[in-house]
Design a protein around this ligand. Structure first.
Ligand SMILES: Nc1nc2c(c(=O)[nH]1)N[C@H]1C(S)=C(S)[C@@H](COP(=O)(O)O)O[C@H]1N2
Ligand SMILES: [Mo]
Length: 157
């Protein structure tokens, strides 16, 4: 029995969160820490490689610089093997984004805006930000609908 359980979560050896869990990942991932998922508190997310995307968006005046982790770096961290991401928000909004797109574009899972932490009230704790200003072809309704805020969960399919 123990062997079977161990087999389900063969690499459940990532550090466990000590603070409040703010982001969970599951599905086609190669590592886990709790309940066959990767559950992360904010300090764990901040330890991942930090990237910036500086862009205009439909939601701000002028160019804004966001800091966070690139979705491609997050996928690498969880050893993702799938092709689609189902990203869900605290308000039950969800969207799909292909792994191909996050490999092609610098799509940021932002947790800071101009170096200030995003609050749940202001699109936090995580906001998917596309580099619209660098890649004008991203300025489409499809990408806006994938610009999900209050992100809490990512399932790799
Ligand atoms: N958490 C969350 N993110 C979201 C949404 C939402 O309802 N909740 N709406 C999406 C859609 S469909 C679009 S087009 C854009 C723009 O939303 P807005 O017109 O309300 O600014 O945000 C996206 N991100
Ligand atoms: Mo939309």
């Amino acid at each position: 029995m123990q062997l079977i359980l161990a087999g389900l979560c063969w690499a459940c050896d990532l550090p466990k969160p000590s603070g409040k869990v703010v982001l969970t990942l599951n599905g086609k991932i190669g590592v886990c820490n709790l309940d066959h998922e990767v559950q992360l508190d904010l300090s764990m997310v901040r330890e991942l490689p930090v990237s910036e995307v500086s862009t205009t968006t439909p939601w701000e005046r002028g160019r804004v610089t966001y800091q966070g982790v690139l979705l491609r770096d997050l996928l690498q961290y969880v050893k993702a093997s799938g092709t689609m991401l189902e990203i869900s928000a605290l308000n039950d909004f969800h969207t799909e984004l292909s792994v191909k797109d996050v490999q092609e574009f610098k799509v940021l899972l932002a947790y800071r805006r101009e170096s200030v932490d995003l609050t749940v009230r202001d699109k936090g704790p995580f906001f998917v930000v596309f580099p619209f200003s660098d890649e004008r072809k991203l300025e489409t309704e499809e990408r806006y609908s994938q610009s999900i805020w209050q992100v809490s969960h990512i399932s790799v399919r």
